[in-house]
Design a protein around this ligand. Structure first.
Ligand code: S3P
Length: 441
C-alpha cells in the first residue's frame, strides 16, 4: 500500500482523556453487510457503515460485478443481485483487505463466469490457499500464483456442491467464505472450527431468517447452512468497532486521571478478549447498556485509569478473541509491572504485516524489554517508554498502537506512515485530539 509517507510527530500527552465518544463502525460487520446486501434479493440500507479503505475495496469489487450502490450521508443503499452477478470487465482489486479477498472469493465461486482478483503488495504476500482449497472442494475452478497459494487468483465459478470442512485454525474469514459460497450451493455446508472465531456472518444470516445452525461439538464449534437459500433485503445500523475502541481504551488505561466512555460498541464475545485482558491488568473496564441489536451484541465501554497496569499472559486458545488487538496489548504489556507473554499467535505473522516482527522491532526501539518467539513474544515490563521512529510496515494497527505508545513515551515519537490508519479508522488522529482537547496536525 502506498500512502503519503510524511511521518507524524507525537509527543507525550499531559492531560487525561475524558468524556464520551462515538467511534467508527465495525469493519467485519460493514464488510459482511455490504456483501450480504449485494447477494440479497431486494434493497438494503446500511446505516453508520464504516467508510474506510478496506470496506471501499469490498464495495468497489461488488460494484464491478453488477451491484448498484448509492451513498447518502452515512447511509449506504444497495440493490441486491439475488446471486446473479455479472462478469467483471477487469481485474478486481482487494487492495489491503484480506476480508474482501477471502470472503468475496466465496461469492465469485458461485458465479458462472471468469474473474481475477489481486491485492496490494501486503495482501499479495498473504495466504489464500486456506479459502482456495475448500472452494475448490465445493466445485469452483481456482488457480493462483505460487502453486495456488497467493493473489492474483483466477476463479471460474458455477453451481457448487455442499461441503463438510474441518477448519484447522479458528478463522472467521475461511468460515465466512464457505458460508457465502453456500448461498449458491446445492446441499448443506458444514464448517467445523477448533475455537469459535468471530461469528458475525452466521448471526446476521440467522437474524435475516435463513436456516443456519451453530453448535458446540467435540472440542470446538460447527456451523451448518442449508445451501441455496435466498437472502432478503435488510436494514442495519452498524455498531462501533471494538478493535478501534481498543486504542482509545488503552490510552485511557495508561493516562492518569482518564475516564472515557465509548458508545455503542460491538460486544460480541468473540471480539472482547482484549477488554477482558485490560481488566485483568488492573484497569477499570465496564460494559454498560448491553443489548442485542441486529442479531449481535452491543453496549457502551467505560474505561477508567487506575494506576500502573499489571503483567498478564495470553494463552493460545485466547488468541482468536483478541487477534486484531495484540499489537496494542503488547504496548500495554511493555509498561505493565512484571512478566507478560503471548503464545500461540503465529497468525500474527500473516496479517497486514508480520505483526510479531513489527511489535518486537518498534517496542525495542522504544526501550522495552521484549523477546521474540516464533508464535508470540515475552515482555518484562519497564517503568516508561522513550520516543522513537516507528516503522509501521504500512499496517494500520501498528500505526495506531504505536501512536498511543507515543502519547505516554518520554521524548518524541515519529510514525512513518500515519495515513495507513485509513484502512480501518480514517479519523483516528482527530478523535484522539477531540478527547484530549488538542489538534494533531
Ligand atoms: C476478520 C477475521 C480475522 C481478523 C480480520 C477480520 C473477519 O481474520 O483478523 O481482521 O472480518 O472475518 P482471520 O479470519 O484470518 O483470523
Amino acid at each position: 500500500m502506498q500512502y503519503s509517507a510524511k511521518p507524524l510527530k507525537i509527543s507525550r500527552l499531559k492531560r487525561p482523556l475524558t468524556g464520551e465518544i462515538d467511534l467508527p463502525a465495525d469493519k467485519s460487520i460493514t464488510h459482511r453487510a455490504i456483501m450480504l446486501a449485494s447477494c440479497a434479493k431486494g434493497k438494503s440500507e446500511i446505516r453508520n457503515w464504516l467508510d474506510s479503505h478496506d470496506t471501499r475495496a469490498t464495495l468497489e469489487i461488488l460494484i464491478s460485478i453488477g451491484t448498484e450502490a448509492t451513498i447518502e450521508d452515512k447511509k449506504l443503499i444497495i440493490q441486491g443481485k439475488n446471486m446473479q452477478f455479472q462478469e467483471p470487465k477487469d481485474i478486481l482489486d482487494a487492495k489491503n483487505s484480506g476480508t474482501s479477498a477471502r470472503l468475496i472469493a466465496g461469492i465469485l465461486s458461485t458465479q458462472n463466469f471468469f474473474s481475477v482478483m489481486t491485492g496490494d503488495e501486503s495482501l499479495r504476500k498473504r495466504p489464500m490457499d486456506r479459502v482456495i482449497e475448500p472452494l475448490r472442494q465445493m466445485g469452483a475452478q481456482i488457480d493462483a500464483r505460487g502453486g495456488g497459494r497467493s493473489l492474483p487468483m483466477a476463479i471460474r465459478g458455477g453451481r457448487l456442491k455442499g461441503i463438510e470442512f474441518e477448519n484447522k485454525r479458528a478463522s472467521a474469514q475461511v468460515k465466512s467464505s464457505i458460508i457465502l459460497a453456500g448461498l449458491g450451493a446445492e446441499g448443506n455446508i458444514r464448517v467445523f472450527e477448533p475455537i469459535l472465531s468471530r461469528d458475525h456472518t452466521e448471526r446476521m444470516l440467522g437474524f435475516l431468517g435463513l436456516k443456519i445452525k451453530t453448535a458446540q461439538e467435540r472440542e470446538g464449534y460447527y456451523v451448518e447452512l442449508e445451501g441455496g437459500q435466498i437472502v432478503p433485503g435488510f436494514d442495519i445500523v452498524c455498531p462501533a468497532d471494538p478493535s478501534s475502541a481498543a486504542f482509545l481504551a488503552s490510552a485511557a488505561a495508561l493516562i492518569e486521571g482518564s475516564n472515557l466512555r465509548l458508545r455503542r460498541v460491538l460486544l460480541n464475545k468473540t471480539r472482547i478478549g482484549f477488554f477482558e485482558k485490560l481488566s485483568q491488568m488492573g484497569a477499570k473496564v465496564a460494559f454498560e447498556n448491553v443489548r442485542e441489536e441486529f442479531g449481535d451484541i452491543v453496549g457502551d465501554i467505560r474505561v477508567e485509569y487506575s494506576g500502573r497496569l499489571k503483567a498478564v499472559e495470553v494463552k493460545p486458545e485466547e488468541v482468536p478473541r483478541m487477534i486484531d488487538e495484540i499489537v496494542m496489548l503488547a504496548v500495554l504489556m511493555a509498561v505493565a509491572k512484571g512478566s507478560s507473554a503471548v503464545r500461540g499467535a503465529k497468525e500474527l505473522r500473516v496479517k497486514e504485516s508480520d505483526r510479531i516482527k513489527a511489535i518486537v522491532k518498534n517496542l525495542r526501539a522504544m526501550g522495552a524489554d521484549i523477546e521474540e518467539l516464533e508464535d508470540g513474544f515475552e515482555i518484562e515490563g519497564v517503568e516508561s517508554l522513550k520516543g522513537a521512529y516507528i516503522e509501521t510496515f504500512s499496517d494500520h494497527r501498528v500505526a495506531m498502537a504505536f501512536s498511543i505508545a507515543g502519547l505516554i513515551a518520554d521524548g518524541e515519537t515519529y510514525i512513518d506512515n500515519p495515513d495507513c490508519v485509513g484502512v480501518s479508522f480514517r479519523d483516528f488522529y482527530e478523535k484522539i485530539g477531540q478527547i484530549a482537547g488538542f489538534e494533531i496536525p
